[in-house]
Each structure stands twice: as structure tokens, then as C-alpha cells.
Design a protein around this ligand. Sequence first.
Ligand code: NAD
Length: 478
Amino acid sequence: MDSTETRTLERSTFLTSVGHYFDRAARLTPHPAGLLEQVKCCNAVYRMRFPVKRDDGAIEVVEAFRAEHSHHRTPTKGGIRFSLDVTQDEVIALAGLMTYKCAIVGVPFGGAKRGVRVDSHAISDGFRERLVRRYTTELYKKNFIGPAVDVPAPDYGTGEREMAWIADTYTTLAQNELHPYACVTGKPLSLHGIPGRREATGLGVYYGIRECLANADDLQPLGLTTGIAGKRVIIQGLGNVGYHAAKFLQQEGGAVITAIAEKEGGIFRATGLDVEAVAQHLRANKSILNFPGAQNIATPGEVLELDCDILVPAALENQITADNAPRIRARIVAEAANGPVTAEADDILRQRGILVIPDIYLNAGGVTVSYFEWLKNLSHVSFGRMSSKHEALNNRHLLDAVEKLTGRTVEDAGRQLILKGPQELDYVQAALADTMANSYNWIREAWKSRGIADLRTTAFYLAIDRIARSYLALGIFP
Ligand code: NAD
């Protein structure tokens, strides 16, 4: 089997795993087979090939996909992945996860995903820009992009820069559009982005783990105590999601990051790695290896099997399979990436008493804050512009009244904190924290009260039920 065939098989395994998770949960719902099929199937896939000029003038034909999984809510929403491993099945699987994810965190989008078959690490900036602009134009021609239609965001191999080019290309093409910047989220702040989007997925991962670790009853069978402080954590993938998750787990939660894996291998230090310093080392050396004071580990796969309390896969799908699942020593697997555990591995982990916090809940922080960015772009005003000062004034009146009543004054640092009006980032992070906490407790409550096998099946069950009810209410037209 050549490498393309292997990749295709792996991506099909991913789609099969998502299908398996769906079927297992769908059986618990009261909905008829036809309606469940309507929820499960991917509504539309657009496969395209288009030319892009290389820096030397030669033409390269690029293959790309866009899948819109569900239209029970519009627009559809999902990231753009740049990877040589992209296949149609992978994009369909990821689009499905987006649908269920949005339903879990109550974000009113259908699921979608884009994939471009290109090596994100090997292309020049010029090629990258030409590619993104041409790709956006292809999507525009087919009505596969727009604030009310389908709104992309960053994913593996893409970030703010690509989102800025998409916004600019779309704005140029859609001259009469009232809200052109709402055509894409994850944009830079200087181009109508929102503070907190860059770190949103990783911060959401931190909030999700924190919520899970607040329930002593659930942790007792794992041999863990409550709270993140002092927990030994391993991170796979120090990209956008992995870096921010690691950073918040360490800085806010007090976790000890004992190992980090990247493509070329891993590093380990029992007493903990400084995430910020490792990220700088990675930027400077283009490799995580040889970090001062840490021990090198030859392959990223070995890192996954080290002893720890919480393993956070934050790279790609199919990382924990039937092959290595029996050797995973973590007590909790926190799925920051999409689909890092195959369905077979999921069964093995459950049988071994390892708790999995599922991707369709845990990495939903990105789409949650993307939703806030989209709302901001539709309303053309920053969160807090109309209310921040008013809140600060209210606080002042309240503080004056309390001080008058008690005859005591609040010390200066506390006073400044109370009197400072909330900034846009405060609104975003508070709403994200609230969303992650409410969604976890919604899933957990159903998990316990309905006696469902695990968190993933419960999350799928709740998502399927919510989407099925929307389709029922909508009816079928024509
Ligand atoms: P990214 O490109 O910023 O980072 C991924 C990192 O993983 C890179 O540093 C890469 O070198 C590393 N990597 C690749 N293969 C690896 C391996 N075998 N072992 C260890 N490291 C490896 O991508 P990202 O945006 O952080 O996305 C990571 C995952 O999170 C993906 O599954 C993505 O779908 C998911 N996700 C991302 C977002 C988002 O907002 N960016 C939102 C939800 C889910």
C-alpha cells in the first residue's frame, strides 16, 4: 500500500469512527430512522481543483474540498485545514463533528469544514496568499462562502493571516454586501477580529478540564483528587490549540506539564516544562528537541504512552488507536484535537477505566468565540462599547453607597478593580467560561441521570436529539 492509500484508509477510519459514535448514541434517542439519517448525512461536498502559480512561475494544481454537513441552522461553520493528508472523507468527518459541537455549546450554526491538500510548512508566503485568494474565489463562484451561507475559520495549518486574505478577497468580490467581514472568523484584530479568538480553543480546553476536575465523585474511581493544580499533564502538538491549552493549564491551573510531543519527537521533564520557554525554543530551532534540562524522546508516539494524569492530544485525528490504547497510562484523555481517539481505541480506554473528555465538547471554545466575532461583525460594534462605561458608573454608585452605609472605604487596588469597566476581552472570556461550564454540566447531568456509558456517547446523544428536534420543527420544503 502506498502512502496515499494509507492516508485515505486512515481518514476513512476517522469517518467510520464518527459514524460509529453517532450510531451508538442515536440508538438511545426516540427518533425514527429517516430523521436520524437526515441528521447524520453530510448534505453537500464540493471538490475542486484549481491552478496556483509557484514563485518560479510554474503552475501547480491544488486539490481542495468543502463539506457542509448540516443546514438545520445557517450559516454553516467550520475551519480550513491545510495539510497534505487532507481527503474528502476527513473533511466530511470534521464537518460532522462541527455540527454536533455547535449543538453541544448552543451556537446557532450548521457544521462545515474545508481542506486544502498542501503542505502548510513547505509553501512560501507568496504561494500561500495566491492559493488562499484563488480558493476563496472558487468558493465565492459556487456560493460556498458568505456571512449567511458558510463561514470558515482557522484550523490545522491556517491562522489569522489566511483569514485576513479570505476577508479581503470576499470583500472585493461582494461589493454590495452589508456585512462582508462576517464571511470568515479568526481574523486579526486589525481586520474586525475579536480579542480572545486566537487562544479561544485552548482556553476552552482549560475551562473544560477544570470543570471535569471539579467533580470528586467522577475522579475518585480514577484515583484523582479535584483541581488542576499539581496534575501531571502531557500535550501532543504545540500549535495553536496545544500551546494555549498548555499555557492556561500551567499558568492559570497550576498543572505540571511533564512532556510535550511535536512531529519530530518529544521532550520530558518530571518536574515540569516551562511552556512559554518551550514555545520560544520551538520557534527559534524549528524543533522541540534538545530543550535545555529536558530529556529527548525519539518519537511523538512514545510520548503518548508516558505515565501522567491528563493526556491532551492537540494535533490530529487517529493518534490513539487499538494498537497503542492498551499502553496509554493517563487517567484522563482530554481531546483537544478533533478525532484523536479511534472508535476501537475508545472502547479499550473505557474498558480500562480511562475517562475521555470528548472533542465535540472540549474543543468547542473556538467556534464559540467565532460566533461572538460573527455577531460583532453583523452588528458593526465592539462588545462593551455601549455598556462598559455604564457598568463602571453603576459600580461607582454602588461602591459610594456601600462606603456611606458602612462608614468604611475599600482599599485602592480593590477600588480600581471594581471601578474599571469591562473590556471586550472580559466579555468574551466570561461568556466562553460560562458556555464551557454550562455545557459540561449539561452533558454530565445527562450522563449520570440516564446511566449512559460515557461522556462522548452522552454528548452525541444530546447533540443528535437537539438537531433532530430542529429538523422536525423546520419540516421539509418543498
Ligand atoms: P496547528 O497547525 O496550529 O498545530 C498543530 C500542531 O501539531 C503543529 O505544531 C504540528 O507540528 C503538530 N503535529 C502534527 N503532527 C504531530 C504528531 N504526530 N505529533 C505531535 N505533534 C504533531 O493546528 P491547531 O489549530 O492547533 O489544530 C490542532 C487540532 O485542534 C486539530 O485537530 C484541529 O482540527 C483542532 N481544532 C482546532 C481549532 C482551532 O481553533 N484552531 C478549533 C477546534 C479544533
